[in-house]
Design a protein around this ligand. Structure first.
Ligand code: SAH
Length: 352
């Protein structure tokens, strides 16, 4: 590894910041030694703040109906082969009940942008979950809504919100989304969420079509300035019913390299080793944790719908019961010396 790389990694660890050009250099000059050094530092920083605890989030994919047409996504509205479903309130509550039994203390309600789920429907549901499980956090991942709607859902008790920015490069955003979607609006949503008081998560896909090292550097710069409480990154995986079906997917090594860098930029960030990472490699999530991640998000959705919430091809764990997923993940984490804990797993933020 050259001296410049060494110096950049050392400075990143101390200052949590590099210039755009320096981030780009770090990405362009990725090598095994640099990856190893970054992972060592990232693991050390994570250890100081979160120890060897891994937080679990129970993911409830409650609707795959979506008004958007994101070019990369398997549940885009143009995909006529997608078998659409919407869980009832009763179904969702029963996922929470099972999840609570299994030790989950965060429920992530995720869906396509399904117009059925108005604030009038969602607020009472959130209140109900919070009153039944007052020791649990509710995370929402419902896409773009108005600031007023985000405020109402927050007032109803939602604690966190995940909204990946997808790419911090406006021109790139426009190549991944249809013309009616707006980069500026998505970024405004993220600012609104954080201002309202949500623990807010941004994030992006690694290896998405047209992505360059420069664009990844822009993602890192955005994360540095936005300082999210959570950050979801995972490899892009092509879906057979999208225009990007023949594109190559993102890689394990680059994703883990970026996980380490993000840990050093925002030391206390809640960083998942995503299901997509587990999909491209049998021990992808373990490698993610060993690169600085500290969260896993197994599925709590009813097995009957799991295969239908197909954002990308070959998604893992679509046949397993929630209990099996939870056990399997605990074993996987133990095998590398980490422990899945029964805890809300809030961000341990010292400075805001
Ligand atoms: N509709 C909501 C949340 C659901 S999609 C929203 O817009 O936020 C959740 C995430 O899955 C997206 O943010 C995207 O980054 C990721 N995703 C979608 N298609 C994917 C693909 N083909 N490969 C990998 N990740 C994908």
């Amino acid at each position: 590894m050259n001296e410049r790389l060494k110096e950049l990694i050392g400075r990143l660890e101390i200052k949590h910041s590099l210039s755009l050009e320096e981030y780009e250099y770090l990405i362009e000059n990725r090598c095994e030694e640099a990856a190893k050094l970054l992972a060592e530092k990232a693991v050390r920083v994570r250890q100081e703040i979160y120890g060897r605890d891994v937080y679990v989030r129970g993911l409830i994919e409650f609707s795959n109906i979506c008004k958007n047409d994101c070019l990369y996504c398997g549940i885009r509205r143009s995909n006529k082969d997608c078998d659409r479903y919407r869980l009832s309130e009763e179904d969702i509550l029963s996922c929470c009940e099972q999840g609570y039994e299994l030790g989950f203390r965060t429920f992530v309600l995720q869906s396509g942008e399904d117009g059925y789920f108005t604030d009038e429907i969602l607020c009472p549901l959130i209140r109900k979950i919070k009153s039944l499980y007052p020791d649990c956090a509710v995370t929402l991942s419902l896409g773009e809504r108005s600031r007023e709607s985000y405020q109402r859902l927050f007032d109803a008790g939602a604690d966190r919100y995940l909204l990946r920015h997808e790419t911090a490069d406006k021109a790139h955003y426009e190549r991944l989304h249809p013309a009616e979607m707006s980069f500026d609006h998505r970024m405004q949503c993220l600012r609104d969420l954080k201002e309202i008081g949500y623990q807010t998560g941004c994030g992006f896909m690694v290896g998405s079509p047209f992505q360059t090292a420069h664009m990844l550097a822009e993602d890192l710069k955005f994360i540095e300035t936005f300082r999210p409480q959570m950050c979801g990154i995972g490899p892009f995986i092509p879906h057979k019913a999208t225009p990007f079906k023949d594109e190559p997917g993102g890689g394990l090594e680059l994703t883990c390299y970026l996980l380490s860098i993000i840990r050093l930029i925002v030391p206390d960030v809640l960083l998942p080793a995503t299901t997509a990472l587990g999909t491209i490699h049998p021990t992808g999530r373990e490698k993610g944790i060993l690169s600085g991640a500290n969260v896993v998000m197994p599925n709590l959705s009813p097995v009957s719908v799991r295969k239908k919430y197909e954002l990308y091809d070959n998604k893992i764990c679509t046949g397993e019961e929630s209990a099996e997923c939870r056990n399997c993940l605990s074993l996987r984490m133990e095998s590398i010396g980490y422990h899945v804990v029964t805890d809300r797993g809030d961000v341990k933020r010292l400075l805001t």
